[in-house]
Design a protein around this ligand. Structure first.
Ligand SMILES: NC(=O)c1ccc[n+]([C@@H]2O[C@H](COP(=O)([O-])OP(=O)(O)OC[C@H]3O[C@@H](n4cnc5c(N)ncnc54)[C@H](OP(=O)(O)O)[C@@H]3O)[C@@H](O)[C@H]2O)c1
Length: 202
């Protein structure tokens, strides 16, 4: 399942997810705003199974990770003709500015993940990987005391199950925190589960 993972973004979160995916035997296609030519060195460092692509090539995967600035999601959405049938993992945080990250984007009463889902009609969205710093996401999730928990939220039970199986294959323990409204609110910036580290004993 999910033999190829498309990643939009090539920064620290993208690289952390890519390394876990490669270790778990998946192929990854990384993309960014500057094009595949700018990713030659990174994919060489990542090794076998890592490929550079355009946003469209990364988005062609059944599972796509959004590891790019929240405010740029509409730009990426516009580059892809059809998001139907794609499971999208939303790792963004709703900063108003991305260079450097600062402020909060005003999206009314929506959670950040509900807003991202609205930008990608047809996609099924799971919110995850946004709630911890990339260095903790990159670290080995298996500790003597237990496995690092990755919280996730979504409105589609099948998609959440598939995401849970994926992160379990990376070594994490997945914990479902509900729908994009309630769970998304817990995970996003200023949410009660944001930046919270939990280990599962088994
Ligand atoms: N860093 C963390 O610790 C952390 C933790 C949790 C969540 N997050 C969230 O995860 C996301 C990524 O953060 P990051 O720190 O890993 O990355 P980052 O260093 O901010 O880099 C952003 C990446 O997104 C790409 N990008 C920007 N606009 C794009 C577009 N229109 N099309 C395609 N790619 C585009 C950039 O490509 P170019 O370089 O070519 O412009 C770059 O590779 C953000 O939403 C952030 O809030 C970050």
């Amino acid at each position: 399942m999910f033999s190829t993972i498309g990643i939009i973004g090539s920064g620290p979160v993208a690289q952390a997810v890519a390394r876990h995916a490669l270790k778990a035997g998946r192929r990854v296609v990384l993309s960014n705003s500057r094009g595949p030519g700018s990713l030659t060195e990174l994919v060489a460092q990542l090794g076998d199974g890592a490929h550079a692509g355009t946003v469209q090539e990364a988005a062609a995967a059944e599972l796509v990770v959004l590891a790019m600035p929240f405010t740029k999601v509409p730009d990426v959405a516009a580059e892809v003709a059809d998001w139907s049938g794609h499971l999208v993992i939303d790792a963004t945080n709703q900063f108003a500015e991305s260079d450097p990250y600062d402020g909060r984007a005003d999206i009314g009463e929506l959670t950040g993940s509900e807003w991202v889902a609205q930008q990608l009609p047809g996609a099924v969205l799971v919110k995850a990987f946004n709630a911890m710093y990339s260095k903790y996401l990159a670290a080995d999730p298996v500790h003597d005391e237990g496995r690092q928990v990755v919280f996730y939220a979504g409105n589609d039970a099948d998609a959440k199950q598939q995401f849970a199986e994926l992160v379990e294959s990376f070594g994490f323990a997945g914990v479902d925190v509900g729908a994009l409204r309630e769970g998304g609110a817990l995970l996003q910036l200023d949410g009660h589960l944001n930046a919270l580290h939990v280990l599962r004993q088994s």
